[in-house]
Design a protein around this ligand. Structure first.
Ligand code: G1P
Length: 282
């Protein structure tokens, strides 16, 4: 529920799914379930207040959130890992392929990252993971694929490993929290043993599935922000803020001014005590 500019991170994820053509969404939560549910629910009192005050633009924005999609909620009782979280949704998904989007990975792209993968799925009808290259020293934060290279951004995957060391990693192509999975993943997950970090790892189940059914990875076009990381969160806030028409004219000069004050003063930003508009009052 951390806000990025003016909406919670989870809304960016839901909007990506909706823009990709997904109509029914299951959110697997641990704590904070109520605030997520409330956010996507109809806000009767708030809508009435906005209507009474004639704030119709804001009213439309609030209504749009509750009309985004049909959302169901499942609580994962213990934090036993991504593989376990997905298994919690088995009953609700049934015997159909489905997409998984991780809440910490915000993708800004046109077309949306998931729709890039869905387009490939329509042709290939295979399990797909979305990947991007990461610096070698960062591979141990991700699920990493092994492949013999890519053709038009598509890798035929020969294996997957969760959070390998830079020395052991089979490549620097990392899974970016986007998956299209077949229902057969559930039987693999049900038999899975604990993996990296003592958790049930989706990546381990995908490694098995890759051997039995084959699996593709797609190079995702777009910018990805890891908002589970402090720096990634700040990057997302600044860059998404700069993309907003209503904020850019204020934010861009502010950042220029901040940077030049740091350049002039060494490590200390001089904007403290000044107003952001630069009037210089302290
Ligand atoms: C999870 C997955 C990992 C993936 C990553 C993307 O890891 O297990 O394979 O690469 O998300 O963000 P986590 O970040 O939850 O540790």
């Amino acid at each position: 529920m951390l806000p990025i500019v003016d909406k919670p991170a989870i809304q960016y994820i839901v909007e990506e799914a909706v823009r990709s053509g997904i109509e029914s969404i299951i959110i697997v939560t641990g704590r904070n379930k109520k605030s997520i549910e409330d956010h996507f629910d109809k806000s009767v009192e708030l809508e009435q207040t906005l209507l009474d005050k004639g704030k119709l633009d804001l009213l439309r924005g609030v209504q749009a959130v509750s009309e985004l999609a049909t959302i169901h909620y499942i609580r994962q009782k213990e934090p036993l890992g991504l593989g376990h979280a997905i298994l919690c949704a088995e009953q609700f998904i049934g015997n159909e392929p489905f997409a998984v989007l991780l809440g910490d990975d915000i993708m800004v792209s046109e077309p949306p990252a998931l729709s890039q993968m869905m387009k490939l799925y329509e042709r290939a009808e295979k399990t797909i993971v979305g990947v991007q290259q990461v610096p070698r020293q960062d591979v141990s934060k991700y699920g990493i694929i092994a492949s013999g290279g890519s053709d038009s951004g598509v890798h035929v995957v020969s294996g997957l490993v969760e959070k390998p060391s830079p020395q052991a990693a089979p490549s620097d192509n990392a899974i970016m929290g986007r998956y299209i999975l077949p229902p057969s993943i559930f039987s693999v997950l049900a038999k899975l043993e604990r993996g990296a970090g003592g958790e049930y790892q989706l990546t381990d189940a995908l490694h098995e599935l890759c051997r039995s059914e084959g699996l593709l990875a797609l190079d995702l076009q777009g910018k990805r922000y890891d908002i589970g990381d402090k720096f990634g969160y700040i990057q997302a806030t600044l860059e998404i803020g700069l993309q907003r028409e209503e904020l850019r004219p204020q934010l861009l000069p502010y950042l220029h001014k901040l940077l030049s004050s740091i350049d002039n003063a060494g490590a200390e930003p001089l904007l403290w005590g000044q107003s952001a508009s630069g009037s210089g009052r302290s």
